[in-house]
Design a protein around this ligand. Sequence first.
Ligand code: ADP
Ligand code: MG
Ligand code: MG
Length: 252
Amino acid sequence: MLSISNLHASIGTKEILRGLNLQVNAGEVHAIMGPNGAGKSTLASVLAGRQDYDVTSGSVLFDGKDLLDMAPEERAAEGIFLAFQYPIEIPGVSTTNFLKTALNEIRKYRGQESLDAVQFLKLMKEKMKLVNIDQSLLSRSLNEGFSGGEKKRNEIFQMAMLEPKLAILDETDSGLDIDALRIVADGVNKLRSPERATILVTHYQRLLDYIVPDFVHVLYKGRIVKSGPKELALELEEKGYDWIKAEAEAAV
Ligand code: ADP
Ligand code: MG
Ligand code: MG
């Protein structure tokens, strides 16, 4: 589904991703961990198509198509969901209205007809039940005055509504408390399916107690320097990153 080869990306003159490789197949959940400043959020941003990053070499294929060649809206329409894509506060725009617009834009891109009010409401109800979100939250201005947990629930709801093929969640800086962890985990687990994949960027081993990943990767200095099964996360929790850093430096 996603194939990242030798990806290099910079901000200004600073190279942050330095030859990153990653393969994600449908049905898989990949956790990306690593020390602060390694480039985890940069990777998520580059996949989302944020403008401030220059991709200097390498390739990213999504379902065989060149992702780097697509505008952020096209990426969304192709089925990529970035959890931090929509946490912005939009005064005067409710989650409901926001999602209706987003969903119909995506459908238009795919050559599908817009959902009418009845179909949209039906979908909303189904997904509200799935992620256990309250109607009142959805009619308020998007993210305005939302608590951390409400933002998370809202984000997961958006993900459920948009039914992405590939969801990328960057949980690094969100200061998740235990309730928010459960909300995210529950949502990701419910949306797990053989057709879908998830990339979960986190430095909380705890999150991986709830979402059991198929693979764990360690990103260090802009590259994935170690990959392993879910047990790798436990090893990292126990031993920290120093041994990985030492291994990576010795390999250079
Ligand atoms: P992580 O998410 O793994 O903690 P980031 O991807 O956020 O790491 O950051 C990687 C490196 O890029 C860090 O050294 C950080 O300081 C730098 N960086 C990130 N964003 C910017 C920016 N907008 N301008 C300059 N440097 C940045
Ligand atoms: Mg960081
Ligand atoms: Mg980060």
